[in-house]
Design a protein. Structure first.
Lengths: 1064, 357
């Protein structure tokens, strides 16, 4: 069937802020969807609260609302825009749940809106635990023995029947939030209580534990005619028990015999047909490792993280095809965009191995519980492609940004054999390294399999790497052995390190195509991966497709992690678009399967490979680009600068020397001196003794961080010698290549500027001011554009300093500068000669397409030639408030106290005519429930006591009941604010802060502490309890103050007009 | 496969156009000449090797890994391997599966299949895609000194009479446990999975030598006849076609697939054309023109049927990619023949045929 004639205007719901379990993959899916709809000539209305996305770009839709993704707001959009249809399956769980609520309430029917993609009954059958079980039973698909319960008592009762351990899965939560495995009734009680609370319908599934079975996934696509295909099978290296988002996954499945494969494939097709999905669907199975028995784990009737992976692993654009299906097309009418001459109704064949490796935030959250289970903890992932499993694994490990190039984790070397074997019992983020260490020490494959249930096949393959490394250690590699090492995935630098010898005849890699069909048909729009073989298809392809254009290569930003998120993908993609528009041939290099940048038709060519020196060198050798761009790919790409320069590659934009000048502390100091710009006093140290001495000189508090960081990794404010000692212990656990920086900490207003410079002139699209004073990482601060409290003099100083720095650094492109305004004086904190987190949102709000302009400048234009006057760009008519979003409920034991180390995973934006309205929108979008009555619990450190009084007064005036621990309480009572005193945890086990938080009386917690991080501290426990009970917890008085002002507003979100950002 | 490839001998693949690939040897030693064809299936190497329709083949697997799950008796499509050589990028010497009964290398040795690994199989596949499948030699002997002679040998090579080679010599009864009807199968290269499926449909199976005369078939009073897939060039099987011409007179409905489909069509006045590189693998989309549904089918053949008279049969399936004929519905008796192996998801052609008997 062709395009449905009754569809003219479609509402697309995005997935909102990036959180663990719902990340960039939905920007990829949503962007594909919007483009597919627009290609059909349909009008697209988009709502998404996430400003860092590509899908919220003006080019993507006709009308765009960056507004809170609440039911009421979506309803208002529907009433205003009157779309005839709504696409429910491309916006993750958020989009699906909202669509379902709208349908169930009858709102869609009442407004004549059709639900595309998945019918309510399909969603219900797949998502409601009982309905799902009934459906599976009906078609004879085996499920795991389980029961849906709504009370803890029923959960306990059923667990007795099926025997411990049991798994708890809350209904309608993302990424398995609130789930877990219970081995005892006590554990069950805790997990069930938590799960019931987190489930929006107070429902959990108690299920027999089948941990250790193989976990197999199928991605399926079905159209309205009933045509149905599987796009890809995937096998989790980590068996059932570890969330698939936290598992190392390979595609295709490799340990299934044809009957097992056929059995699961048929099951997947049966399920999708029965559910009546029209679009993409993910089916997860558990396969018994020793017999022909399987069980259906879960089904997602929408595009997902797995479908993004399957798309990139095969070249089959699932989201695009799913969108076409939703608007009426059938699979046999949709052309396969990669081959260009076959149709989408086929099952891709692949002739390589794909590995997906998760990226966890534990390098940031040193005290977080690292155990992996049914609740996802990874923030992102990388994908690698190789002609062997070993090669793909080796590529993955060097892509994941742990400073590793093999599976040898240095810290494991110190453990005894017994400790290593003991550690094999734990499924955590380091398990694959522990397995490798065990293999190295001669622990048998059988024994490791028995302990981990990782299939022997994977373990045997890892043995090949162990064997290779043993051979290398003996030195004297023959050319043939060297080639074997290359085929197994070892970079030259690693081989030289392991053998201790120079390589006699180094080789460059060749490139093979990803073409969906294992070379059966010729391909139009292929992408490439490296391997060691005889034929270089990329070279051949380039030769056969000469364009005569200038060729520019853009490096992506790798896996999504805290501090380097989707914003950088936005910048890379925009850079590519700008280059294309300027008539260049573009080549993208990236390793993140979730992103738009790794969509095969974003650039002219895509290389899906690690962003490390040697990998990049091989690509450059084959492509011979006229220039490369590093400033949009975050620190991942910036890190390559010096190497590329040494290779003689032409780096567009700001020179490598200037980049170094901004990052090298001594050179940076000289630079500031030359410019006559002050910065907080500081110095560099290598040892604990030096650090203590420096702090003594500067005076506490001091700010400590390693040089060359992004996202404030391992950054703290030290208030005492003890803090410094603790910090230096952690930081020196890793190799200390770069020194530690110690600065005087100034508690002023933090201001941030993104500027575009052409080497001579500069343009500041906007000045942003943070609500939280300096000390809270800029990524975790509520950021307001335009700045609200700065005097004209301060603004002028900032403009002046920005200009001086940009000129002195000869910035060509983007630069991000952070300032602190302390007692009326402006100090520079940091200069980053690259794109930043705030670029997408400032571009959208001010209308200055920053990346576009910067790219053109890199190609030789000037601000003047592009029609921009220098200095500060006129302020937009709107206030935009960026509010960070955290994933604390997924990460146990992480202190939620905000500080110089970034903790947020995503962000939302509130746009309105006034600051307060924008803040209201921002907070609402970030998930604050903004209750105007109830209780507030306050516990603050001594230094905050002076200021807390006025904040508490505001809450008290609003009618909130105030609770506080003794010190804070007596202070407030003395200041005539009626406050109930709450006992500390140690004072009374039955009636204390924690029991108060559990009682439901508390709606807000204000908690600050001088010391934090250690999970055992009371203040950390209080904040964790708040997370568990979903109580808003404010760890900065500035945030608390802003929130109180917001609550005092008479208006509610319903009174604030919605803003179509395409009309700004 | 040990990662120490230098521990295994060099082996070669020489194509009839002179292209030479040098890799390493596994499986049986020696020299084998056959038709080089690639398969894009990602599982099923044992089935492919033992499928009689691969008689005379040098199988090139595009998926880089083989032998992951080993081999087992239950996955044999017939009693032996029919392909004579197997080419893959990498084979696995530590197979992992609870069903595993042996490794691929040992199996190839037992079955006398010459193995070649560690070559750029994608390069080879693209070569075969662009130039068509062609005769090839896989050998562990030196090919450089005698290359010209070997090329002459390759030029002269013909697959030969595959039917005679793979077919049973005598009629064989294969009873089901709870039979309700009897069907006959002409053994053009019958697979165990076909027999198992017929048994599952409660049919006793009579396996007939390929040259069983129509009159002899009539005497068996079977309810239906299956003409399965097999190996070789359909146009070279004049005798088999002649026999099939007599089948209509018996009045028994026929279900054919692959070679069976081609021969039956030839018996009804159609022609067979060789496709450039055939349809091999598990992902050929086939459109059912009657229902407008598309099925993803498994195919393994190099020919397509053309020129059937619309008075004799109507084309009821076509390939969704290249538009070639994929199935014919005959008008005289209710016979249905298709190019693909029946049993794609959502399609129950064989089952419907048998149930309708």
């Amino acid at each position: 069937m062709p395009l449905r004639q009754d569809i003219k205007k479609v509402l697309v719901i995005g997935s909102g802020p990036i959180i663990i379990g719902q990340a960039a993959e939905f920007d990829y899916a949503g962007t594909q969807a919007c483009r597919a709809l627009k290609q059909e000539g349909l009008q697209v209305v988009l709502i998404n609260s996430n400003p860092a996305t590509i899908m919220t770009d003006k080019a993507m839709a006709d009308t765009i609302y960056i507004e809170p993704l609440t039911l009421d707001v979506v309803k208002r959009v529907i009433e205003m825009e009157k779309p005839d249809s709504i696409l429910s399956t491309l916006g993750g769980q958020t989009g699906l749940t909202l669509s379902m609520q709208l349908a169930e309430e009858g709102f869609l029917d009442a407004h004549g809106v059709k639900l595309l993609g998945a019918r309510p009954d399909t969603i219900h059958k797949a998502e409601d635990r009982q309905a799902f079980k009934d459906t599976m039973e009906k078609i004879g698909e085996p499920c795991i023995p389980s029961k849906v319960v709504e009370t803890v008592e029923d959960a306990m009762e059923f667990a007795k029947v099926i025997e411990y351990p049991v798994i708890i899965r809350p209904a309608f939560t993302m990424g398995g939030t609130g789930g877990g495995i219970a081995h005892t009734p006590e554990e069950l009680h805790e997990i069930a209580t938590n799960g019931l609370r987190l489930s929006p319908i107070t429902q959990i599934l108690v299920e027999k534990n089948i941990s250790g079975w193989k976990e197999i996934e199928f991605e399926v696509i079905r159209d309205s005619k009933g045509n149905v295909i599987t796009v890809c099978s995937m096998e989790n290296v980590d068996p059932v028990g570890v969330h698939t988002g936290d598992s190392i996954v390979v595609a295709p499945a490799v340990t299934l015999t044809p009957p097992e494969y056929a059995m699961l494939r048929t099951a997947a097709l049966n399920i999708v047909s029965e559910l009546g999905v029209e679009g993409g669907c993910n089916c997860q199975f558990a396969m018994h490792p020793e017999r022909m028995e399987y069980a259906v784990i879960e089904v997602n009737p929408r595009v997902s993280r797995s479908s993004a992976l399957a798309s990139k692993a095969t070249g089959y654009p699932i989201a695009k095809v799913a969108t076409r299906i939703a608007i009426g097309y059938s699979l046999d009418e949709i052309v396969n965009a990669v081959t260009g001459n076959t149709f989408a109704c086929f099952e891709p064949s692949i002739d390589y191995m794909v590995v997906k490796f998760p990226k966890w935030p534990f390098d940031k959250f040193v005290y977080a519980k690292r155990t992996l289970g049914t609740q996802m903890k990874a923030t992102g992932e990388v994908m690698s492609i190789g002609t062997s499993f070993e090669q793909a694994m080796m590529k993955a490990v060097r892509s994941i940004e742990l400073s590793l190039d093999t599976f040898n984790l240095p810290k494991l070397a110190a453990l005894s054999d017994a400790e290593i074997i003991e550690k094999l019992h734990e499924a955590d983020d380091e398990r694959i390294f522990v397995v490798y260490e065990a293999l190295k020490r001669g622990v048998s494959v059988d024994k490791i399999h028995a302990l981990t249930m990782i299939d022997e096949w994977f373990l045997s393959k890892l043995c090949n790497l162990v064997e290779m490394e043993k051979r290398m250690a003996r030195g004297g590699l023959t050319d043939e052995e060297y080639l074997t090492a290359k085929k197994l995935g070892y970079p030259d630098s690693t081989i030289e390190r392991l053998t201790g010898e120079k390589i006699a005849h180094p080789r460059h890699s060749v490139f093979k195509m990803v073409d969906t069909c294992a070379a059966e048909f010729s391909a139009d729009t292929p992408y490439f991966y490296s391997t060691f073989d005889d034929e270089n298809e990329a070279a051949e392809f380039i030769e056969q497709h000469p364009t005569g254009k200038k060729k520019i290569m853009v490096f992506g930003s790798g896996p999504i992690r805290i501090g380097q998120g989707i914003e950088f993908d936005y910048c890379c993609v925009h850079c590519v678009w700008a280059l294309k528009a300027a008539g260049c041939e573009t080549v993208l290099v990236n390793n993140n399967p979730e992103t738009v940048s790794t969509d095969f038709d974003t650039g002219d060519r895509l290389y899906f490979d690690p962003l490390t020196r040697e990998d990049v060198a091989s690509i450059i050798e084959t492509e011979k680009p006229d220039g490369v761009v590093v400033q949009f790919g975050g620190q991942t790409a910036i890190k390559l600068t010096k190497y590329l320069k040494d290779m003689g590659v032409n780096i567009l934009g700001t020179s490598p020397d200037s980049i170094d000048m901004a990052e090298d502390r001594e050179r940076f100091d000289e630079l500031l001196e030359r410019c006559g710009i002050p910065r907080p006093q500081g110095c560099t140290v290598f040892t604990e003794a030096e650090a203590l001495e420096a702090a003594e000189k500067l005076g506490y508090p001091v700010l400590m961080r390693p040089s060359y960081v992004l996202g404030g990794q391992n950054m703290i404010i030290a208030h005492s010698d003890a803090d410094i000692i603790e910090y230096m212990k952690i930081i020196t656990a890793h190799e200390l290549e770069n020194p530690v920086l110690i600065d005087k900490y100034m508690m002023g207003t933090e201001v941030e500027v993104d500027a575009i410079c052409d080497g001579k002139d500069f343009l500041i699209p906007g000045i942003m001011e943070h609500i939280e004073r300096a000390g809270v990482h800029s990524g975790d601060s509520i950021s307001v554009y335009p700045a609200q409290t700065l005097s004209d003099k301060v603004k002028q100083t900032i403009i002046d300093y920005t200009g001086r720095l940009a000129r002195e650094l000869k910035v060509v492109g983007l630069v991000n500068i952070q300032y602190v305004v302390y007692r009326g004086e402006v100090y520079v904190i940091e200069v980053n000669p690259r794109s930043s987190r705030t670029v997408p949102y400032i571009s959208k709000v001010t209308g200055v397409e920053m990346v576009d302009v910067a790219t053109k400048i890199m190609l030789g234009e000037t601000l003047e030639s592009l029609g921009y006057r220098g200095g500060l760009y006129p302020e937009a008519g709107y206030i935009a408030v960026k509010v960070p979003v955290f994933s604390f409920e997924k990460l146990h034991d992480v202190d939620t106290h905000l500080g110089p180390e970034m903790k947020s995973t995503g962000e939302v934006l509130g746009i309105a005519k006034t600051f307060k309205e924008a803040l209201l929108k921002g907070l609402t979008a970030a998930g604050y429930r903004l209750k105007k009555q109830g209780g507030v619990f306050i516990s603050v450190r001594d230094t905050d006591k002076k200021e807390i009084v006025s904040v508490a007064q505001k809450f008290s005036d609003l009618g909130f009941d105030i609770y506080a621990t003794s010190g804070t309480a007596s202070l407030l009572n003395r200041n005539m604010i009626a406050t109930s005193t709450v006992r500390k945890i140690s004072e009374d086990p039955d009636s204390n802060v924690l029991t108060l938080l559990e009682s439901g009386k508390i709606d807000y917690v204000i908690s600050t502490s001088a010391k934090g991080r250690m999970p055992a501290r009371d203040s950390v426990k209080i904040r964790r309890k708040a997370v568990e009970r979903s109580i808003a917890c404010l760890t900065s008085l500035d945030t608390a103050n802003a929130l109180a002002d917001c609550l005092a507003m008479k208006e509610t979100i319903a009174d604030v007009p919605l803003v179509d950002i395409t009309k700004i | 496969m040990s990662i120490w490839m230098e521990e295994s001998k060099a082996a070669y693949l020489l194509l009839s156009d002179g292209t030479l690939f040098t890799g390493r040897h596994f499986g049986a030693e020696g020299t084998y000449i056959g038709e080089a064809m690639f398969t894009t299936a990602m599982v099923g190497y044992q089935e492919a090797l033992t499928d009689p329709s691969n008689y005379g083949s040098v199988i090139v697997q595009t998926f880089p890994l083989a032998g992951n799950y080993g081999v087992n008796a239950a996955q044999m499509e017939s009693s032996r391997a029919w392909a004579g050589a197997f080419v893959v990028r990498e084979w696995c010497d530590a197979p992992s599966s609870f069903r595993c009964e042996g490794d691929l290398d040992t199996f190839l040795k037992e079955q006398n299949v010459v193995g070649l690994y560690d070559i750029d199989t994608r390069h080879l596949t693209r070569h075969l895609r662009d130039h068509g499948s062609m005769p090839a030699m896989v050998t562990t002997q030196d090919v450089f000194a005698t290359k010209d002679t070997l090329l002459q040998q390759l030029a002269a090579w013909k697959v030969g009479d595959a039917l005679r080679a793979v077919s049973c010599r005598e009629m064989k009864c294969m009873p089901a446990s709870d039979a309700k009807k009897v069907v006959a199968v002409y053994d053009y290269g019958c697979t165990n999975s076909l027999i198992n499926r017929l048994h599952a449909l409660d049919c006793d199976v009579v396996l007939l030598p390929w040259d069983t005369k129509a009159a002899d078939l009539a005497a068996l009073s079977v309810k239906g006849v299956i003409l399965p897939h097999g190996a070789g060039d359909p146009e070279s099987y004049g005798e088999a076609v002649k026999i099939l011409k007599g089948l209509d007179a018996v009045g028994v409905p026929v279900f054919g697939y692959g070679l069976g489909h081609q021969l039956y069509a030839l018996a009804h006045g159609a022609h067979c054309e060789k496709l450039k590189y055939g349809h091999h693998g598990g992902s050929q989309p086939v459109l059912d023109l009657r229902t407008n549904r598309t099925y993803v089918t498994t195919q393994n053949h190099s020919y397509t049927v053309t020129g059937i008279s619309p008075d004799v049969a109507e084309v009821c399936f076509k390939n969704a990619n290249d538009g070639t004929c994929e199935g014919l519905l005959y008008k005289n008796v209710s016979s249905l023949t298709v190019e693909f192996t029946p049993g794609a998801y959502g399609e129950t052609l064989l089952e419907d045929f048998v149930r309708g008997l």
